[in-house]
Design a protein around this ligand. Structure first.
Ligand code: NPQ
Ligand code: MG
Length: 367
C-alpha cells in the first residue's frame, strides 16, 4: 500500500447541550477528521484533541501543525505502508499521541477496507454488542442533574458516570443514589483533587460506586496508590495511562484497580489492545472511554470495546448523547447496547454532505 495523500479537515460540531467538567464548559466539539488516500483505497480517522489543551497537552492547532510538519513526512518514508508500520515510524517524535492515533487509524482503516476485514475482527473482538454507559456533566443544580440522569436511564443506558469536582461530589452522588437506587454508578474527577483530599473522597465510599476515575494529577501515580489505601471505592486511571508501560507500572504500584482505555490518549488502537492485554493478564478490568467522538471515532471505539477484557460499560454512548446530526449514520442505543460495526475497516463512512457542513477548513497534503 502506498499513500497518495492525506486530507485534514477541522470540523466544528455543536453539542446538543453544554458539557461541563472540572476543566470547563464545552458547547461545540472542534476536532480533526483525517482521510488517508492510498493506492488501495481510502481510510478514515479522527483526532480527539480538544480545541484547548485542558484535558491533555494536545490541542487542535497543535495537532494540525505536528501532523503537517513532522508526522506525515515520516510516514512518507515508509515502504509497503500498513497500519502496523505507523507507530514505529512516529516513535521518534515525543508525545502527540492523539495526532499519531488519528493517522494510524486512517491508515489501518484503509488497509482493512482493502482486505475486507473489520477493525473488530482485526483487534480480536468477541462480542457483537457492547454495553453502553453515559457521562453526565456538572450541572447548575441537583434537580437538573436528576432530570438528566432520569432521561439517560429512560434511554436505556446501563451505567451513569457523574463528573465531579470539589464542591460538586458527595451531594450529587447521594442525590442520584437516593433517587435511582441500585444503578451502576461511577464518578470522574478529571484530576480536580489533591492528595490532601483523601479523607473527603472517602466520603463517597458509602455509595457503592463502581469506581472513581482520575481523582489526582495525571503525573501523580504514587498519589493514587496512597489514595487507594484510604478510600474503598476502586480507583480507575484515565489521564495517567498514556501507554501499555504506564498501565503496567500503575498496576504494579497499586495505583489503579480498573483502567479507562481511550485510543487517542494512548496513541492508537494497536497500543489500546496492548493495554487491554496487560490489564487482562493482571485481572484488571478495562472499559472504553469517550472523547465526544463523531461517528468515525465512535465506530472504532465500539470495535475495541468488544474485546474480552472490556467487562464494564464504556462511555460508548449513542450519537444523540452529543450530536443532533452526526457525520456518519447515527449510532443508536438499543436495549442499552450499541452494535459493533461489521463492515470492512471501522465499518462506517462519513456522509460527505454532513461532513462538508461542519468543516471549517480543509488541507490536502500530497505525497
Ligand atoms: C473523560 N470524556 O473521560 C472525558 C473528558 C472529556 C465522556 O467524560 C471536548 C473534547 C470535550 C473532549 C469533555 C467523557 C470533552 C472532552 C470531557 C473530553 O475524562
Ligand atoms: Mg475521564
Amino acid at each position: 500500500m502506498k499513500l497518495t495523500g492525506i486530507e485534514l479537515r477541522v470540523i466544528e460540531m455543536p453539542l446538543v447541550a453544554p458539557f461541563r467538567t472540572s476543566f470547563g464548559v464545552q458547547t461545540v466539539r472542534e476536532a480533526i477528521v483525517v482521510r488517508a488516500v492510498t493506492t488501495d483505497g481510502e481510510g478514515w480517522g479522527e483526532c480527539v484533541a480538544m480545541q484547548d489543551p485542558l484535558y491533555s497537552s494536545e490541542y487542535v492547532e497543535g495537532s494540525m501543525d505536528v501532523i503537517r510538519r513532522f508526522l506525515l513526512p515520516a510516514i512518507a518514508q515508509v515502504d509497503d505502508l500498513d497500519g502496523s508500520k505507523v507507530a514505529p515510524a512516529l516513535e521518534q517524535f515525543k508525545g502527540h499521541r492523539m495526532s499519531k492515533a488519528a493517522l494510524e487509524t486512517a491508515i489501518l482503516d484503509a488497509e482493512l477496507r482493502a482486505g475486507g476485514i473489520s477493525l473488530a475482527r482485526e483487534l480480536g473482538a468477541v462480542r457483537a454488542e457492547v454495553d453502553c454507559g453515559v457521562s453526565v456533566g456538572i450541572m447548575d443544580s441537583i434537580p437538573q442533574l436528576l432530570d438528566a440522569v432520569d432521561g439517560y436511564l429512560a434511554e436505556g443506558y446501563q451505567r451513569i458516570k457523574l463528573k465531579i469536582e470539589p464542591g460538586w461530589d458527595v451531594e450529587p452522588v447521594r442525590a442520584v443514589r437516593e433517587r435511582f437506587g441500585d444503578i451502576l454508578l461511577q464518578v470522574d474527577a478529571n484530576t480536580a483533587y489533591r492528595r490532601g483530599d483523601a479523607q473527603h473522597l472517602a466520603l463517597l465510599d458509602p455509595f457503592d460506586l463502581l469506581l472513581i476515575e482520575q481523582p489526582l494529577d495525571e503525573e501523580d501515580v504514587i498519589g493514587h496508590a496512597k489514595l487507594a489505601e484510604v478510600v474503598r471505592t476502586p480507583i480507575c486511571l484515565d489521564e495517567s495511562i498514556v501507554s501499555a508501560r504506564a498501565a503496567a507500572d500503575a498496576i504494579a504500584l497499586g495505583a489503579c484497580a480498573i483502567v479507562n482505555i481511550k485510543p487517542g490518549r494512548v496513541g492508537g488502537y494497536l497500543e489500546s489492545r496492548r493495554i487491554h492485554d496487560v490489564c487482562r493478564a493482571n485481572d484488571v478490568p478495562v472499559w472504553c472511554g469517550g472523547m465526544l467522538e463523531t461517528g468515525i471515532g465512535r465506530a472504532a471505539n465500539l470495535a475495541l470495546a468488544a474485546l474480552p477484557g472490556f467487562t464494564l460499560p464504556g462511555d460508548t454512548s449513542g450519537s444523540s448523547r452529543y450530536y443532533a446530526h452526526d457525520i456518519t449514520e447515527p449510532f443508536v442505543v438499543t436495549d442499552g447496547t450499541l452494535s459493533v460495526p461489521t463492515g470492512p475497516g471501522i465499518g462506517v463512512t462519513p456522509d460527505m454532505d454532513a461532513l462538508e457542513a461542519v468543516t471549517t477548513r480543509t488541507e490536502w497534503i500530497a505525497f
